[in-house]
Unconditional design. Structure first.
Length: 234
């Protein structure tokens, strides 16, 4: 699936900027915000872009990391979030410290588990969290190797999302700092709370704006309009 994610580069991406009229309106809004503490940006540093353009830029960064480091999508996203979506910084650290250290510092297991390692679905396993004997088919093993029942994982993910840790949901094992697979978290939460799973997805998409040093939300109420700015635009 991750290969398909990057192989769709031939699809038309939305790269058009909004009209100059809309940009003018946004400039006026920014100027108005001075009254409550906002500083207006020079017109030369301000551009208003669509959400579609932003998603295309996010996808481009994800694919570059996935292909360069042979990582899956969720690991690439975790890595980019750790480095505030600063591609140059990420590759600088890679060159200086090596791949293993790069991944370790971001909470990504160095050795990805290629096999679930679970017994046959008809067997029973003890969950290390609730201590109950659970059918193997109702257990989930993360890349870090820790395996717990789906109910405990789901409860853990729900708490983490509600507490605002959606972008870096860590393993339940208190001795493990690895980041969990976002796809597994999404699927388990969706079975119980579809709305919360949608919220989880929005948090992941928003991470590109919230963590990226070169992109900011427009301070107006129109959240789908974004304002990219230079290093001095805070």
């Amino acid at each position: 699936m991750d290969n398909d994610y990057c192989s769709s580069s031939g699809e038309k991406q939305e790269d058009d900027f909004l009209s100059s009229k809309l940009e003018s309106v946004m400039l006026k809004l920014l100027t108005t915000k001075m009254k409550i503490g906002y500083k207006p940006l020079p017109s030369s540093t301000l551009s208003v872009i669509t959400k579609e353009s932003l998603l295309a830029a996010e996808k481009k960064d994800l694919c570059r990391v996935m292909e360069s480091l042979s990582l899956r999508e969720h690991h690439s996203r975790t890595l980019l979030i750790h480095y505030h979506w600063d591609i140059q910084m990420l590759f600088t650290v890679l060159e200086e410290k090596g791949k293993a250290r790069l991944l370790e510092e971001a909470g990504i297991p160095v050795l990805e588990s290629q096999d679930s390692g679970l017994p046959l679905s008809s067997s029973m396993m003890a969950c290390g969290i609730c201590t109950q004997d659970i059918p193997a088919r109702m257990m989930t093993k993360m890349d870090c190797g820790n395996c717990f029942c789906n109910n405990c994982w789901t409860e853990h993910f729900i708490v983490q999302i509600n507490e605002g840790y959606s972008r870096r949901v860590r393993c339940m094992d208190h001795e493990c700092s690895s980041i969990c697979d976002e796809a597994i978290a999404r699927n388990l939460v969706h079975e119980r709370h579809p709305d919360l799973a949608d919220k989880f997805d929005r948090f992941l998409v928003d991470s590109y704006i919230d963590e990226h040093k070169m992109v900011k939300w427009c301070p107006s109420h129109i959240r789908h309009v974004l304002v990219p700015c230079g290093p001095t635009g805070k």
